[in-house]
Design a binder for this molecule. Sequence first.
Ligand code: GLV
Ligand code: MG
Length: 337
Amino acid sequence: MKLPSRYYKPLAIGAPAPFSEPPVTLERMIHFVPPHLEKVRAKVPDLISRVDVVLGNLEDAIPADAKDEARRGLIEMGRANDFGGTGLWARINCLNSPWVLDDITGLVGEIGDKLDVIMLPKVEGPWDIHYLDQLLAQLEARHGISRPIMIHAILETAEGVNNVGAIASASPRMHGMSLGPADLAASRRMKTTRVGGGHPAYGVLADPSDEADAPRAFAQQDLWHYTIARMVDACAANGIKPFYGPFGDFSDPEACETQFRNAFLMGCVGAWSLHPNQIDIAKRVFSPDPEEVRFAARIIEAMPDGTGAVMLDGKMQDDATWKQARVIVDLARQVAA
Ligand code: GLV
Ligand code: MG
């Protein structure tokens, strides 16, 4: 079976490559829905026009006694809707759970022709990807599915982070990876009960001032920087897509936007939306800023063959900034398409 080309291709040195090659699907937000709830399923047609990806969640947050109903609901959702250009994904239960085999065989057998990506939680190493890869190959052959179902791993265990490079390169079926900060925090024995975002106690204190009573400035730091950086490197090196995962405090859209923006700046292409108000946040954050796009376009215009050095507004531009500019301009074209 022919698998799709990779997400990234190295930029040509010297000669500018054609824009927007290869064609890349925009996946700025993976919107989670609990498919066992009928009132949620009823809203899917409206959702399809608002989001890049609809994901039926079968794993955490779905009660154990609703697992079968959630699987059935997702199958019904897949059958009842025309997803057009919007992605249909499923987050299945983890590989050591009692539900996962029914998840995989049920989904592929019933809606395998519509399902774009299976999100696999709690991936520890390449062996987890190999298992799912083989199973999907067998089921696709049995059901005559000609378009391969891709695999997206959640990076949410200490062992998974340890093996991040091997997971990213485990199969040509790998679509990408998401940071799962909640499970990862538990796996690492971090002292937090938050789902993503910062923590008021995790920061750096400025040196004491010479003035006796002057308060020392405290700056909160990003708890997730290290893992996001490792994940982005592993994904970029293997031509797959990195994503920030969930942000659990729905009452703080500003903090959500800041976390998403950090991930975007570091190379992530999207994040999960768990609440409708996070859809527009993700859309805003993971689409490039028009001001940045204008400046990037000026760099490309000033260096038509992508080589040499020029000054723009007092800032040096060369072959490397030309490549940076291409990333931004290419993304702007995808968003506009
Ligand atoms: C997501 O699954 C997480 O654990 O953060
Ligand atoms: Mg998790």
